[in-house]
Ligand binder design. Structure first.
Ligand code: AMP
Ligand code: MG
Length: 415
């Protein structure tokens, strides 16, 4: 039995990217991981330009007090350029975003001036006001998005602002999904007595897609050694990662670990955690193998803890673990020392503090405990029972597309 952090570190030490990047149109790149740093080919914005609708003037023409009348010599819509240069006593009517005319360095908002025929009366204002500087968003040559960043809507907009219509991203890791168990039935098909519908393959599909993987669905395999062996070999031949659920504990029909040992290699299979203790991690040929437990909460949790970081690394992401934060426990929680425990929680922020309660019954078969919750409550190995008012660590189930991706390479797998 190994600690959660050791299991994560062992997995990540085995996982490396090898596939070449692919080029995608920006319109198909949301959520993908940037394969190379993006540099600005020019300053953004490319020229000094007006931040408001108003009048561009030279700072030397601004009155110290009272008002001063200037001659309006041109009207510039956005996109138009004033050729020539402003002379003393002149102003140009300018729209938001229009390049500053030569000789002008300040813009007066139109609501602050009085227009009289071809002249405009301007009050005092700070020299340089209401001008966006060339390069103030991005300077030419600067790295604007680091390799390994997840492309969120704002990254796509920034790429477009640089004139790019394509981007190099990492290929998605291919992930084969397989449910095991004689009792597991396909949703939509009739269910025989004693059968349950397959929940795990659908949760896991969503998790794989959210983690940037491409799903290869291999359906359900009964608890028969030869069938399982054939299906796993097929899976390993077509995918970078193979994920199964069920059949990894110590029951008479729990065949996954045995078959894995026969056709590949078992790296570890017991983790000091609750729920999710039995888990078979290893290799089949070139493919990484994760045999997750059958109980729906346990398979979801072990995916989040062990498979997601591996997929994120394969997908080229820099950060491999979600951020957590501290919250005050609102209720007592039972906790056995010596193993990491994860409860499903509901965390809320009110009156300046994060507070968390559990979703109720925490059995590892109770999938509704995850539906009711919005976070995991992480109770570390050395911790015992939790009393109300104590501080606990919480982690969101999911962070949306990308989440924050700070510059540090990978954060601590033990956290
Ligand atoms: P196992 O580890 O195969 O003994 O499975 C543990 C528990 O999880 C049993 O109650 C199974 O019926 C259940 N289970 C296994 N696979 C699935 C699945 N794909 N969807 C929902 N429950 C499952
Ligand atoms: Mg089973």
């Amino acid at each position: 039995m190994i600690p959660v952090g050791d299991g994560q570190a062992r997995i990540l030490a085995q996982v490396a990217r090898s596939t070449p990047p692919e080029i995608l149109p920006l319109t198909a790149a949301l959520g993908r991981v940037l394969a190379e740093p993006v540099r600005a080919p020019f300053d953004v914005p490319p020229t000094d330009n007006s931040a408001v609708d108003g009048y561009a003037v030279a700072g030397d023409d601004l009155p110290a007090a009272g008002v001063r009348e200037l001659e309006v010599v041109a009207d510039l819509p956005a996109g138009a350029v004033f050729d020539g240069a402003l002379r003393p006593g002149q102003a140009v009517r300018i729209m938001t975003g229009a390049p500053m005319p030569a000789g002008a360095d300040t813009v007066l908002p139109q609501e602050d001036v009085e227009r009289v025929g071809s002249r405009v009366r301007v009050p005092p204002i700070a020299r340089g006001a209401n001008v966006r500087r060339r390069g103030e968003d991005v300077a030419a040559g600067a790295v604007v998005i680091e390799a390994g960043s997840v492309l969120r809507p704002q990254e796509l907009g920034l790429l477009a602002s640089l004139g790019r219509c394509q981007v190099a991203v990492h290929q998605r890791p291919r992930v084969a999904l397989l449910s095991t168990g004689d009792e597991v039935a396909e949703p939509g098909a009739p269910r025989k007595p004693g059968q349950i519908y397959d929940a795990n393959r659908f949760t896991l599909r969503g998790l794989v897609e959210q983690s940037g993987g491409a799903v290869v669905d291999l359906g359900i395999v009964p608890d028969r050694r030869e069938l399982l062996r054939d299906r796993l070999l097929e899976a390993a031949a077509t995918a970078d990662v193979v994920v199964t659920s069920g059949g990894v504990s110590v029951g008479a029909y729990d065949l996954v670990k045995d078959v894995l040992a026969e056709i590949g290699g078992v790296d570890f299979w017991q983790v000091a955690m609750q729920p999710g203790r039995p888990l078979a991690v290893g290799r089949i040929g070139e493919a990484h193998f994760f045999g997750l437990p059958g109980n729906p909460v346990a398979s979801t949790l072990t995916f989040l803890l062990f498979v997601r970081p591996a997929l994120w690394k394969l997908a080229g992401r820099r950060r491999l673990f979600p951020e957590g934060w501290a919250a005050t426990a609102l209720e007592p929680m039972r906790k056995k020392k010596g193993r990491r425990e994860y409860k499903r929680g509901i965390v809320t922020f009110a009156d300046g503090a994060w507070r968390v309660r559990t979703t109720g019954p925490q059995g590892s078969g109770i999938l509704s405990s995850m539906v009711a919750g919005n976070c995991l409550i992480v109770l570390e190995e050395e911790r015992g029972d939790v009393a109300p008012g104590e501080t606990v660590r919480v982690e969101p189930f999911w962070e949306g597309v990308g989440g924050l991706d700070p510059a540090s390479p990978t954060s601590d797998p033990g956290s």
